[in-house]
Design a protein around this ligand. Sequence first.
Ligand SMILES: Nc1ccn([C@@H]2O[C@H](COP(=O)(O)OP(=O)(O)OP(=O)(O)O)[C@@H](O)[C@H]2O)c(=O)n1
Ligand SMILES: C[C@](O)(CO)[C@H](O)COP(=O)(O)O
Length: 260
Amino acid sequence: MTTDSEIPSPSGGKGEASRFFALVPCAGNGSRAGSDGPKQYKALHGKAMVGHTLEAFRALGDTLAGLWVVISPDDDAFAKACPDFRRPNEVLLRAGGATRAATVLNGLKSMLSGGADPMDWVLVHDAARCLVMPAQIMALVDACRDDAVGGLLAQKLPDTLKSGTSGRVLATIDRSDKWLAQTPQMFRVGALVEALESAGDAVTDESSAMEASGLAPRLVPGSAQNFKVTYPEDFALAEAILASRQGSRQTLEGWNHEHT
Ligand SMILES: Nc1ccn([C@@H]2O[C@H](COP(=O)(O)OP(=O)(O)OP(=O)(O)O)[C@@H](O)[C@H]2O)c(=O)n1
Ligand SMILES: C[C@](O)(CO)[C@H](O)COP(=O)(O)O
């Protein structure tokens, strides 16, 4: 593993002038969620799940140079779910792949051909992680903008951790160094493309690809509320949390007002 202290700071690129892009993979089927159609289009608290996700990124305003969404080539739901996704810095790409990694890689390559610099940062975030808060995204940006590698939101394990087989416990695992990986995950565009190209389709997140390249991404504490809607019971929980926030958390000012 290469760590921060062993890696030279990026040089030869834009340095301080690097921009920040967000890329939202939105081409999954949601098979574990058991809903009719892809889960990211299910309405929660009056809006499609992906609409809540995009709202959190829009709240960053000028911090983001571009907000990219990658959908399936045959998607017929996004336009109805997010009819206002057409601001000057918003890009919709019909280039979803067979795996999340393929969808992300397709999006990143288009981003590079569309003028992004390899040294620009990209924040990759699941469409299905619709409870992310603008302040959490900014916490990741602030923690990683001077980092040599980049990093991800992640959560320490709140429960005792077991390994098991055939429905029986094998052992209790030391959880002191264990984290649940969340998104956004933030890396330099060029480095992430190279890492995903060599890691292949099997990696389930961007960090895994960077790790396979010998790098050690920074772990930035997220929160339990930034969970990925995955199973049928997750919809009700996400709906209840969105309702409890009463709309104001989706601006940085609103979130700060509520939480300070
Ligand atoms: N080929 C794929 C698979 C997933 N995703 C996206 O990656 C995120 C995380 O994926 P996850 O929810 O785990 O996967 P799904 O394929 O949507 O669900 P499942 O694995 O249950 O089928 C989601 O926003 C999903 O839309 C994608 O863009 N392209
Ligand atoms: C990227 C991710 O959300 C990090 O936890 C997750 O790995 C994607 O979901 P999957 O269940 O691994 O496909």
